[in-house]
Design a protein around this ligand. Structure first.
Ligand code: F0G
Length: 447
């Protein structure tokens, strides 16, 4: 199946279109871009995707990303032609998304106040580099390869750099990663070194690192693989496809993500808008975004905590002045994002506008949790035999809060995305050595 793909500006009053063979992160008026497809897709593809789980020797069927290749076919290949897939699609031998799907976790369900059958958590830490980023890196690198790119570049709190470095090394492409010095989990930093990326340390936070890396990309022509890149977000849609497939395409009431740069929030919204447009789903799950209290730009702006204005997508007519004011206020008052969940220590989320579009379309909400709540969330996931990092612990913590506030109702079906696996063993060790923590499991001396 081949359909026409193009890039289009997200601003409805602008709507400029570009070919998929152009490498750009904004339209010429400075707005963000989407990857779009002409026409709609037949529902029988659901059976094709399901059938591919019996993948035989085909890594493009084995991959939890490329299994859904018709819906992310910006390279416009014949999706049933294995030789074309092998030539064009970038995959780590079918490993991305292969093991990630929703799981029931009874102890977490009890913790958050939902029935055991109503809560699902999807561990994206089961990806080859250990986070959800591999879903999008497979597609971003596919686009980079289409364009004949020699070097990719990104800023990162750690997982993006690990994933970018892993995919780049596998494709023989060089990779520069800009990281906030001293603020990246050692396991993530080790991955970037190990996969041969050039690490460039910034004296500043993620927001500074991103601005620097985008500037460098402009100067050097390197290809940006941060979530500002619309081709990356195409791959991240497959997380939602896997959720829906597991639920037999009966949408849950809620899908819950941690909020950092808001790439996930944005890709989920785009995915649901498309599925709704093609009549694959009638009900639209609400997206809940969980910010850390220490890095809560979306929470503040969406909930009217700044200048009493509730920032909205408003059919694309976003009040961007409020955003600029807020960023100036942060800079002037030296308000820097600060949370132990360094993965989501982000003050200026790149995808803010696309996230607002998601929240409007899905009637979503934004909440925030403390570091302590994230620690408990991470630890109860552990007691179900699953592993996640602190930022992902925001998901059970956020669901619990929204249940207590009755925003999530007791019979609602909720799917939470556990975005990454633990890459800093000192985080759980510190938690469990302090017996005052809710789920602490301290060691005993032998006597
Ligand atoms: N969870 C984890 C484990 C992450 O690594 C990130 C982002 C997020 C959540 C936030 O996701 O940006 O889509 O809202 N990590 C980026 C990085 C910033 O550089 O690895 P988002």
């Amino acid at each position: 199946m081949i359909v026409e793909a193009y890039q289009q500006c997200i601003n409805p009053t602008c709507g400029l279109k570009y070919s998929v063979s152009e490498s750009r992160i904004h339209c010429e008026r400075g707005h963000m871009l989407d990857v779009r497809y002409k026409g709609s897709f037949p529902k029988y593809l659901q059976d094709v995707f399901y059938g591919r789980r019996n993948y035989g020797g085909n890594i493009y069927n084995e991959s939890g990303v490329w299994r859904f290749r018709e819906l992310i076919n910006f390279s416009q290949i014949d999706t049933e032609n294995q030789a074309q897939c092998a030539k064009v699609l970038v995959s780590l031998d079918g490993a991305e998304g292969r093991l990630s799907r929703p799981y029931k976790m009874t102890k977490v369900a009890e913790f958050v106040g939902l029935k055991p059958d109503n809560l699902f958590l999807q561990p994206e830490g089961y990806n080859p580099s250990g986070s959800f980023k591999d879903n999008g890196m497979a597609t971003a690198l596919t686009h980079a390869k289409m364009l004949g790119v020699k070097k990719i570049i990104c800023a990162s709190t750690g997982n993006t750099s690990a994933s970018a470095a892993m995919y780049a090394s596998n494709e023989g492409i060089s990779c520069d990663v800009f990281i906030p010095k001293g603020e990246v989990a050692p396991g993530k930093l080790g991955q970037a070194f190990q996969f041969g990326a050039q690490v460039i340390e910034i004296n500043g936070n993620f927001d500074d690192a991103l601005a620097t890396s985008i500037n460098e990309a402009k100067k050097s022509g390197a290809y940006t693989v941060n979530s500002i890149n619309p081709f990356r977000l195409e791959g991240q849609k497959t997380m939602v496809y896997r959720v829906l497939e597991h639920l037999k395409w009966e949408p849950p009431d809620w899908i819950v993500y941690p909020g950092g740069a808001l790439g996930n929030t944005s890709s989920a919204g785009k995915c649901l808008i498309e599925l709704h447009e093609w009549s694959w789903i009638k009900k639209v799950p609400k997206i809940a975004v969980v910010n850390s209290e220490g890095a809560n730009t979306l929470y503040n702006l969406y909930n009217g905590k700044y200048q009493n204005v509730k920032l909205r997508w408003n059919n694309g007519m976003v009040d961007t002045e409020v955003i600029e004011d807020y960023y100036q206020y942060m800079d002037k008052n030296q308000i820097r994002p600060k949370t132990e969940a360094t993965a989501i220590q982000i003050g200026k989320p790149t995808n803010l506008l696309k996230a607002l579009r998601t929240l409007e379309f899905t009637k979503g909400i934004v909440t925030q949790v403390s570091d302590k709540e994230m620690y408990d969330g991470m630890s109860i996931v552990g007691l179900n035999g699953f592993d996640c990092e602190l930022a992902s612990g925001s998901v059970p913590a956020g669901i619990k809060k929204l249940r207590e506030e009755e925003i999530i109702a007791k019979d609602d079906v909720v799917v939470g995305i556990l975005t990454g696996r633990q890459k800093d063993p000192n985080v759980p060790v510190k938690y469990h050595l302090d017996p005052s923590n809710k789920f602490a499991n301290p060691p005993k001396a032998h006597n």
